[in-house]
Ligand binder design. Structure first.
Ligand SMILES: [Zn+2]
Ligand SMILES: [Zn+2]
Length: 416
């Protein structure tokens, strides 16, 4: 009887039927198995091993059930078969060769078939698990659920050097930050921790004060540049600010900051001057104290977070503008009264125009410095209204799609 066995070499793009060129025949197996997909069993031999298979009995067996494994797993079977130990007794998930061969007797009874199928299924499962253990883990599609957003913070700070070296001691450094607590650690950690070149090895540094409340980073960066370059900046050039002999470097920096807060460019922002280190507080220069509306605060800056609610009841309709009576269609064109008890919504343009008209500033400016709510008479700084508007917009971009055209409820305020 002619005996031939088909070997399929398990290539990268293997399929149920390997190309004929990759088949090899060896003696001892009935030829009738050749080409029969159901009966044929693959030896799962990698191309490397199959080269010497003709003169070696050390061939790796694999049942047909393995051929049904997903393509993604089968692709890796080369590396798997290469890793399989050559000693047949140590092979994983491989029934002895005689069992596999006996499985291909066609006239076996139904019980045997069922049992064999079950065994194959178990073997398949186990093989899948073993293969999965070798594969890189599937990337989980993580849909991040945003529950809170950080409120915007743009600040310009002043550092004082506490270096022992006389050439650096008491020197000042002006910088811009969105997170003063992190920034001071970077300065004192040196350049490798993200500190500036100018502050590296010239510290330790104290962050003494910060001016914040800018409506955006552009305004804050302009303030920083002018504070660093008082003799060049358009805003301060005419003031001809120079350090006086008896003045400490920090007293000089404080004088520049006060001039800036009073300048035409910055006097209409709702800024806050904050002493971060209270014991370093100096009196403001009497010739140029900060404008009245500037808030004075003490202590560390706390990160403020706003809740992004997940329930419909935590949002309200935009409704109509209390000044012009028209519907407010876009969240970014809405502003609201900052009083806790007033729920009036306005178009930002309408409220700005209202404030400017009252102060008779309509021709000079595009927004008022301060105004009162036309509904409840509550006094407000325009900058505070804008900060609240930006908070509403930020929440509406992070909330669920269905709440995009709504406004977060007023009593859901900040989380500290
Ligand atoms: Zn309006
Ligand atoms: Zn109001």
């Amino acid at each position: 009887m002619e005996t031939t066995l088909t070997l399929s070499s398990d290539s990268e793009d293997d399929d149920v039927t390997p190309p004929p060129a990759k088949r090899r025949s060896i003696e001892g197996v009935p030829k009738s198995f050749d080409g029969d997909k159901k009966a044929r069993f693959s030896f799962g031999v990698s191309s490397r091993i199959s080269e010497d298979v003709a003169d070696s009995d050390d061939v790796e067996f694999r049942s047909t059930s393995l051929l049904k494994t997903p393509v993604s797993l089968r692709r890796r079977s080369i590396s798997m078969s290469c890793m399989t130990p050559r000693d047949p007794s140590k092979r994983i998930n491989e029934p002895p060769a005689n069992q596999i061969c006996s499985g291909f007797v066609r006239n076996e009874d139904d019980d045997d078939v069922a049992m064999r199928e079950e065994e194959e299924r178990d073997a398949e499962k186990e093989t899948d698990l073993n293969l999965r253990a070798l594969l890189s883990p599937e990337k989980k599609k993580r849909k991040e659920k945003i529950t809170e957003v950080q409120n915007e913070f743009y600040g310009v700070y002043c550092l004082i050097s506490r270096s022992d070296r006389p050439c650096y001691k008491n020197r000042c450094y002006i910088g811009y930050t969105v997170d003063p607590n992190r920034r001071i650690m970077q300065h004192n950690g040196g350049r490798f921790k993200g500190g500036a070149k100018k502050t590296d090895s010239r510290g330790p540094w104290d962050m003494v004060c910060v001016v914040h409340g800018f409506p955006n980073h552009v305004a804050a960066l302009r303030f920083e540049w002018a504070w660093q370059n008082p003799t060049v900046s358009k805003t301060l050039k005419e003031k001809n600010l120079k350090k006086e002999r008896k003045e400490t470097p920090f007293a000089y920096q404080l004088r520049i900051a006060c001039q800036l807060m009073n300048s035409d460019t910055f006097c209409r922002f709702a800024l806050t001057f904050r002493w971060l280190i209270t014991k370093e507080e100096l009196p403001f220069p009497t010739s140029c104290p900060p404008p009245e509306h500037i808030k004075l605060k003490y202590g560390k800056v706390k990160k403020e977070m706003s809740l992004v609610p997940a329930k419909r009841e935590d949002y309200v309709e935009m409704g109509e503008c209390r000044l012009c009576g028209n519907d407010i269609e876009k969240v970014w064109s809405l502003v609201r009264c900052i009083s806790d008890t007033c729920h009036s919504h306005f178009h930002s343009k309408c409220l700005a125009a209202h404030g400017l008209k009252r102060k008779n500033e309509y021709t000079e400016h595009i927004f008022p410095l301060k105004a009162t709510c036309p509904t409840c008479g509550h006094f407000f700084l325009w900058g505070d209204v804008i900060r609240e508007q930006r908070r509403i917009i930020k929440i509406s971009t992070k909330c669920a799609e269905e709440f995009r055209n709504l406004v977060v409820r007023k009593d859901l305020q900040l989380i500290n």
